[in-house]
Design a protein around this ligand. Structure first.
Ligand code: NAD
Length: 367
C-alpha cells in the first residue's frame, strides 16, 4: 500500500453526516500532526443515494469502494424511505457493499470505558475494564444456505426451510482471522457453536482445533456451546478475550455483548474480506448504531462510535496501532473529564453537542 491511504467516506443518512464531520476533523488532525496522508473521497449510500440516483448505491460508488484502501460508513435509513420497494431500500446499499466486497469477517469489539461502566445493566464490577472482540462469520451459514424458502406440503400445511451450512474453507478463513487477533490481544480464543446437536457445529469444532494444532499452538483455545456462551456473557463477561462464531450465533451474541457496554453510541465495527497477494484486505468500518432519525440534524448525536470505527481502520487496515491508541486514549481522557453527549449523560457531568464532543477529542489529541 502506498503511503497515501485512499479512503472512501459514505456518511449516509440521518446522523451519519453529523458524526462523520467529526471524523473528518480528526483525519485532518492526523494529517497535520502525525504526517499521515489520506486521499479522501465522499460518496452516497442509502436513502440519500436513492434520492439523488434512484438506487441506494450506484455502480460508480461500488467501484470506488472496491478500489479504496478502506471504506468508512456512517449509517443508512430513515422513515422517509420506509415504504420503498425492498430492492431499493437504503439497507440494500449496505448489503451490496458487504456482498460485493466479500466481507466475511465481522469484528465487533465490546469494551467498557471505566468512566461509563455504570451505564451497563450489569453490576459495575462485572463490566469495568471489559474488552471482548467478537469475530462473526458474515457471508455463510443459515442466512445464506440452500435450500431455503417456504413450501406448501401435500396436506396443505406450509413449511419454512433454512439450511445451516459451512465448508472447511469458510471455517478456516474466519478462524484464521480470530487466531491472529487473539495473538495481538490476550492470546485466548473461544470458538462457539452447537457441536452437540449440529453437524455443521461439529465440523466447525474439528476445523478450528486442526488449525490451532497446525499454526496457533501459542493461543489458548476453548470450545463453548452457543447457549452456554450467552449465559457466560452475562454471568462473567471478563472471562472472554476473542470469540469466534458463525453468522447466526454471532448476530445474537454480538448484540448481547454490545449491550454489556450500555450505549449504542459508543460501539464501532469492522468487516474484513480476504487478503490479496500484497496482504491488503477489503475493509468496511462503521458504527453499530443506525441513522437515529429521532435525533438527526440537531447536533446532539454521539460521534464516538464513528470515531472509534476510524480508530479500528487505523489499526486493522493501515497497521497504525500507535495512532489508533492515540485516538482511543484521547476518547478515554475526554470521558474521564466528564464530557458526555446526551445519550451517555450522567449526573454531574458536562453535556456537549456532537461538535462539542469533536472539539473535546481534538483538544485531548493536542495534549
Ligand atoms: P438506531 O441505532 O438508529 O437508534 C436507536 C436509538 O439509539 C435511537 O433512540 C437513537 O436516537 C439512539 N442512538 C443511536 N445512535 C446514537 C448516537 N450515535 N448518539 C446518540 N443516540 C443514538 O436504530 P433504529 O432507531 O432501530 O433505526 C433507525 C434507522 O436506522 C432505521 O431506518 C434502520 O433501518 C437504520 N439502521 C441502520 C443501520 C446501519 O446503517 N448500519 C443499523 C441499524 C439501523
Amino acid at each position: 500500500m502506498s503511503s497515501t491511504k485512499s479512503l472512501l467516506i459514505l456518511a449516509g443518512d440521518g446522523i451519519g453526516p453529523e458524526v462523520m464531520a467529526q471524523v473528518k476533523r480528526v483525519i485532518a488532525w492526523f494529517e497535520g500532526n502525525r504526517g499521515l496522508k489520506f486521499k479522501v473521497e465522499d460518496g452516497l449510500v442509502g436513502g440519500c443515494s436513492y434520492d439523488a440516483h434512484g438506487t441506494p448505491l450506484t455502480d460508480e460508488t461500488m467501484a470506488k469502494a472496491m478500489e479504496a484502501d478502506a471504506v468508512l460508513l456512517g449509517a443508512v435509513g430513515g422513515p422517509k424511505w420506509d415504504n420503498l420497494d425492498f430492492s431499493v431500500k437504503p439497507e440494500r446499499g449496505l448489503l451490496r457493499l458487504r456482498k460485493d466486497m466479500q466481507l466475511f469477517a465481522n469484528l465487533r469489539p465490546a469494551f467498557v470505558f471505566e468512566a461509563l461502566a455504570e451505564a451497563s445493566s450489569l453490576k459495575t464490577e462485572l463490566v469495568a475494564g471489559l474488552d471482548i472482540m467478537i469475530v462473526r462469520e458474515l457471508t455463510g451459514g443459515v442466512y445464506f444456505g440452500e435450500p431455503r424458502g417456504i413450501e406448501t406440503l401435500p396436506n396443505g400445511e406450509r413449511r419454512g426451510i433454512n439450511t445451516q451450512v459451512y465448508t472447511t474453507s469458510e471455517i478456516v478463513r474466519i478462524a484464521e482471522i480470530a487466531f491472529e487477533l487473539a495473538r495481538k490481544r490476550g492470546k485466548k480464543l473461544h470458538s462457539v457453536e452447537k457441536a452437540n446437536v449440529m453437524e455443521s457445529g461439529l465440523l466447525w469444532r474439528e476445523e478450528v482445533t486442526k488449525l490451532k494444532d497446525a499454526k496457533h499452538k501459542d493461543i489458548h483455545l476453548e470450545h463453548m456451546y452457543a447457549d452456554n456462551c450467552a449465559m457466560q456473557l452475562v454471568r462473567n463477561p471478563k472471562q472472554f478475550d476473542v470469540i469466534v462464531t458463525d453468522n447466526l450465533f454471532g448476530d445474537i451474541l454480538s448484540d448481547c455483548a454490545a449491550m454489556l457496554t450500555g450505549s449504542l453510541g459508543m460501539l464501532p465495527s469492522a468487516s474484513l474480506g480476504a487478503a490479496d497477494s500484497a496482504g491488503r484486505r477489503k475493509a468496511l468500518y462503521e458504527p453499530v448504531h443506525g441513522s437515529a432519525p429521532d435525533i438527526a440534524g440537531r447536533d446532539i448525536a454521539n460521534p464516538l462510535a464513528c470515531l472509534l470505527s476510524f480508530a479500528m481502520m487505523l489499526r486493522y487496515s493501515f497497521d497504525l496501532g500507535f495512532e489508533a491508541d492515540l485516538l482511543e486514549n484521547a476518547i478515554k481522557a475526554v470521558l474521564d473529564d466528564g464530557i458526555r453527549t446526551g445519550d451517555i449523560m450522567q449526573p454531574g457531568m458536562t453535556k456537549v453537542s456532537t461538535t462539542g464532543m469533536g472539539d473535546a477529542v481534538l483538544a485531548r489529541l493536542n495534549g
